[in-house]
Design a binder for this molecule. Sequence first.
Ligand SMILES: C=C(O[C@@H]1C=C(C(=O)O)C=C[C@H]1O)C(=O)O
Length: 98
Amino acid sequence: MATSLDDVRRRIDALDSQVVGLLAQRERLVRAAAAFKSDEQGVRAPARVEQVISRVRALATEQDASPEVVERVYRAMISAFIDLELTEHHRTAAPDND
Ligand SMILES: C=C(O[C@@H]1C=C(C(=O)O)C=C[C@H]1O)C(=O)O
């Protein structure tokens, strides 16, 4: 049980250290995914995005989190990762590809 705002914020800071560590691992995998894709539509993979969203919404419900908040966080995160992956894809793709 949190006893003060400072206490709550210390706990949030501790969790953020873990969250950023997990984001770093996720980023490496997203960069790796770019190598298997041949075009921009493949990078965006909208069907896969919807699959991820529906899975994390279900996980949120199981873990007593708000599915709406989790969905919004994931959509924002995936959008940023798609931008990163597009940059990675353009960097590594053949010049006539795309
Ligand atoms: C990592 C991928 O590429 C993109 C990023 C995704 C993600 O961050 O989960 C999901 C689909 C794609 O928009 C993938 O296709 O799996």
